[in-house]
Design a protein around this ligand. Structure first.
Ligand SMILES: Nc1ncnc2c1ncn2[C@@H]1O[C@H](COP(=O)(O)OP(=O)(O)OP(=O)(O)O)[C@@H](O)[C@H]1O
Ligand SMILES: [Mg+2]
Length: 396
């Protein structure tokens, strides 16, 4: 098992998640799935692992990441490419090249044994029909299909285009279209994933029914015993001496034991000679929070800008600046005060606060406990406090 610190964990590098995957496969017997999970918790790795094992469950899979799709047509094109390149691409190709699609697609040709190059005519190609033809063709093939779509909410937020009315209309049309596909072609199962909650977005747009057929599941951090077993497995694979008490110390200091953080801390410990001590762990964490490792954590700030855009990202960041001040976080009324200056109108402010707090909670930044919103990950909180919060907001 390699010590993977950022790339997708695949094959033998992927640890456990056995119960979660069993549950998801069970759900997929009867339902389509919406996987909600915080950032960096291992969604993409888990979906790839499920794709690797799909045949045993009677599914043929296509996994697509749609975070960089510019529009609906591009989204449909991404689906075509993934499905045609898969193991059943050939029979499907024979089916679709003869019909309406053959004329609509400007250039679709098989390149070599397993590659397709396809381009849709950009002038008015009807993405709704292209998508339906694809799902229809899939459902005529033998066997069951599982289409896994990663980062769907990022794409939806792009369509939303900072909440302009035309953006809202596009999101509605797109999500209702996707729902139609799910309902009409029951031979195809869907697994949709992303860190920003699609449920938050649809509730805000008053179209909760666009996803109410989806079964929602969550993916969290490793439970303490799994985290311990994971550290043991890494230690054994890399000949690092990590005693039980030290492993427990890592788990305590990590607080929120997503595999990513365990991988990062373990990576810092690999250079230690002899038995690793608790002080080594404290030093490793101190080092991780230093400026030369900022890319590990800064990602969390950057992604807010990519996903929410301005000014929402700025508002979310100002809420986080406030919440990081104390380990126990901030009350809702103080957070409302943080937004008082940029949003003077109380109703609009309350609306925005609800939305942003929902996003930050779904995304794994904040968690509510005892009426306060605090950072879910103590490590991220420490980083935010030291490196991102303005000087006057810091305790130190
Ligand atoms: N099951 C696992 N076993 C080992 N490491 C894992 C596992 N799942 C995740 N990781 C670790 O977490 C990191 C992030 O994983 P992944 O990219 O799958 O998460 P993600 O939830 O898709 O992240 P993002 O929100 O950025 O898309 C990996 O680089 C790896 O270090
Ligand atoms: Mg991912």
């Amino acid at each position: 098992m390699r010590n993977v610190t950022g790339a997708v964990a695949e094959g033998d590098d992927f640890f456990n998640r056995i119960n979660e995957m069993e549950l998801f496969w069970r759900n997929l017997e009867t339902d389509n799935l919406l996987l909600l999970a915080p950032r960096r918790v291992g969604k993409t790795s888990l979906m790839r692992k499920m794709a690797e094992e799909a045949a045993a469950y009677g599914f043929t899979t296509a996994l697509v990441d749609v975070s960089d799709c510019a529009d609906e047509l591009h989204f449909v094109q991404r689906l075509y490419a993934a499905i045609l390149e898969g193991p059943l691409g050939d029979p499907l190709w024979h089916q679709i090249k003869e019909n309406w699609l053959g004329k609509t697609i400007d250039r679709i040709q098989k390149v070599g044994a397993a590659g397709f190059s396809l381009e849709f005519r950009s002038d008015g190609a009807d993405w709704t029909r292209l998508g339906e033809e694809l799902a229809g063709a899939l459902s005529k093939l033998e066997g069951r299909w599982l289409i896994q779509i990663d980062e769907l909410p990022v794409f939806v937020l792009k369509l939303l285009d900072h909440d302009v009315p035309a953006g809202r209309a596009r999101v509605r049309e797109f999500l209702y279209w996707l729902r139609r596909l799910r309902q009409k072609y029951t031979g195809v199962r869907w697994m949709l994933a992303g860190s920003i909650g699609l449920d938050t977005i649809t509730t805000r747009l008053n179209i909760a029914d666009a996803i109410n057929d989806l079964h929602i599941e969550k993916l969290g951090s490793f439970e303490a015993p799994v985290a311990d077993a994971f550290l043991q497995a890494l230690a054994a694979a890399h000949s690092v001496q990590l005693g039980e008490a030290v492993r427990a110390h890592i788990v305590t200091r990590t607080g929120w034991t997503a595999p990513y953080y365990l991988q990062l801390i373990f990576h810092q410990l690999r250079g230690v000679n002899g038995e690793v001590t608790q002080s080594d762990v404290d030093r490793a964490i101190e080092d991780l929070l230093g400026p030369h490792h900022r890319n590990y954590f800064d990602y969390w700030r950057q992604r807010l800008y990519e996903e929410l855009g301005r000014p929402d990202a700025e508002l979310a960041v100002s809420l986080l600046h406030h919440c990081c001040r104390a380990p126990e976080g901030s009350t809702r009324s103080t957070l409302s005060l943080v937004l008082a200056c940029p949003i003077p109108d109380p109703t609009a402010r309350e609306d925005k606060l609800r939305y942003l707090v929902d996003v930050l909670q779904n995304d794994g930044y904040l968690v509510e406990a005892d009426g306060r919103w605090r950072f879910l990950s103590p490590l991220l909180r420490e980083y935010w406090l030291r490196r991102l919060a303005p000087q006057e907001d810091r305790n130190d």
